[in-house]
Ligand binder design. Structure first.
Ligand code: NI
Length: 170
């Protein structure tokens, strides 16, 4: 089921999320399926639970955008445990549609998390996967990619969004 993606301005996007402790609840599996459906329909490569209004430490990622099922990644209670190098490239966010800006991130990132069964996993990714993991894990801390921009660029985007909100186009 496709869920509604929460847009910038909703406080849930800027509130740190809670860890997941109950892995037996079937609602969790449904939520993950819905998040993949929602992400694919919006043509994204990552989606974090707060983006569908759920303040939990859960994110789904698929850098193949649905082309390769082996790339589907579910990260629950994730933590970045390693960062190497740096990359600068254009980044966007499904909760901030229409705005893309260069963001500098680690080129390679290692993440420790648990999977849907509650078993520990470790994922190391480079380039787009590293960028996606860093972006999505930021979401779980209530941090948006705007925070990585210069104050000038950030204020410009905020002003544009305010206008869109006023016009009823957000
Ligand atoms: Ni995002």
């Amino acid at each position: 089921m496709i869920r509604k993606i929460v847009k910038y301005g909703d406080p849930v996007l800027e509130t740190p999320t809670d860890p997941i402790t109950d892995f037996s609840d079937p609602v969790l599996k449904d939520l993950v399926e819905d998040m993949f459906d929602t992400m694919y329909s919006a043509k994204g490569v990552g989606l974090a639970a707060p983006q569908v209004g759920i303040p939990l430490q859960l994110t789904v990622i698929d850098v193949s955008a649905g082309e390769d099922p082996s790339q589907k990644l579910v990260l629950i209670n994730p933590k970045i445990t390693g960062r190497e190098g740096s990359q600068t490239g254009e980044e966007g966010c499904l909760s901030i549609p229409g705005f893309r800006e260069d963001v500098t991130r680690a080129k390679k990132a290692t993440v420790q998390a648990v999977n849907l069964e509650g078993a520990p996993i470790e994922v190391t990714g480079e380039d787009l996967l590293a960028r996606a993991m860093q972006h999505e894990i930021d979401h779980l801390h209530g941090v948006l990619f705007l925070s990585h921009l210069s104050p000038l660029k950030r204020d410009l985007i905020r002003r544009k969004i305010k206008k869109l909100v006023k016009a009823g186009d957000w």
